[in-house]
Design a protein around this ligand. Structure first.
Ligand SMILES: C[C@](O)(C(=O)O)[C@H](CC(=O)O)C(=O)O
Ligand SMILES: [Mg+2]
Length: 304
């Protein structure tokens, strides 16, 4: 109840061990702290905190408008509600290398287990859209150097993301990934890979853990966890998926009110009050005050 039972340091050590285990780590994106609890409850390995989701949640497109303060707040709110490791999207690090250093310390203080810094120019855009541009290798390296030397907990995972594949092709992308690993990156996020063979080529060329981004409506096909594990990928994220699912359901619900005059036909698709309370660990709050949890699962109509 209340917050995670594990300290950020424990979760970072867990994350390191999990990435070294050789088992594919499945990390869906939480669109809020409650959905992080659902991800944990369902038995996933970790929680991803997506920049695209934080922006969308604020009603903004993912074009570098969100601030470090907003991202750090959301990262803290989500990380403290789960015992699972969290990986947060730090975009380009919010500026020059010195800004990257401050970003790392803010996110470390927010309790995340890892973060990724990408090599797009500022302002960045979604990695699966056309027309993006990347910085030169020297600037990309400076960002990673700054990130690595800024962390105080050596277990905080610094992941380098490169968006260069969509701009200059796979061979150049692999060269850049090697340079980023040499600069101290603990893991690599190769953005917008065209097919499974490209993931495999990256896996073969790179010595650190590799992430696969299974975002829908993007440039990569949605490979199964078996396919990704089969080519040695260490970590898969479903960054915006839960938000898309929830918003799809919300849209259908709103349309049902307009069409039917009631949400009754949709109640069967809703998370029940009992299930919500279970996720909130509502009954455990009685440890403080035995009068707090007086909820009984309603019989019959069920929706009260
Ligand atoms: C992973 C990502 O950086 C994110 O912010 O979640 C996005 C996801 C998306 O826009 O689909 C990205 O791939 O750039
Ligand atoms: Mg992003």
């Amino acid at each position: 109840m209340l917050y995670s039972e594990k300290t950020p340091a424990q979760k970072r050590a867990d994350f390191r061990a999990a990435l070294a285990s050789g088992t594919l780590q499945k990390m869906p994106g939480a669109f809020n702290p409650l959905s992080a609890r659902l991800i944990q409850n369902k038995g996933f390995d970790g929680v991803y905190i997506s920049g695209a989701v934080i922006a969308a949640d604020l009603g903004l497109p993912d074009i570098g408008l969100t601030t470090l303060t907003e991202v750090a707040l959301r990262a803290r709110q989500i990380s403290r509600m789960t015992d699972l490791p969290t990986l947060v999207d730090a975009d380009t690090g919010f500026g020059e290398p010195m800004n990257v250093a401050r970003t790392v310390q803010e996110l470390e203080d927010a309790g995340v287990s890892g973060l990724h810094i990408e090599d797009q120019i500022n302002p960045k855009r979604c990695g699966h859209l056309d027309g993006k541009a990347v910085v030169d290798t020297d600037t990309a390296i400076k960002r990673i150097n700054a990130a690595v030397s800024a962390r105080r907990d050596p277990n905080l995972l610094i992941m380098a993301r490169t968006d260069i594949r969509a701009v200059e092709g796979l061979a150049v992308a692999i060269d850049r990934m090697k340079a980023l690993v040499d600069a101290g990156a603990d893991a690599i996020f190769p953005e917008a890979m065209a097919d499974l063979g490209e993931f495999e080529a990256v896996r073969t060329a790179i010595d650190v853990p590799v992430l696969a981004n299974m975002t829908e409506f993007g440039k990569s096909e949605l490979f199964t966890t078996d396919q990704l594990a089969g080519v040695g990928i260490n970590l898969v994220i479903y960054p915006v998926s839960l938000l898309r699912l929830a918003m799809g359901a919300a849209e259908r619900g709103l349309e049902t009110i307009l069409a039917e005059g009631s949400l009754q036909p949709e109640v069967k698709n809703m998370q029940t009050r009992a299930r919500l309370y279970e996720l909130l660990d509502y009954s455990a709050y009685n440890t403080f005050d035995t009068s707090i949890f007086n909820f009984q699962v309603p019989q019959g109509k069920g929706a009260s």
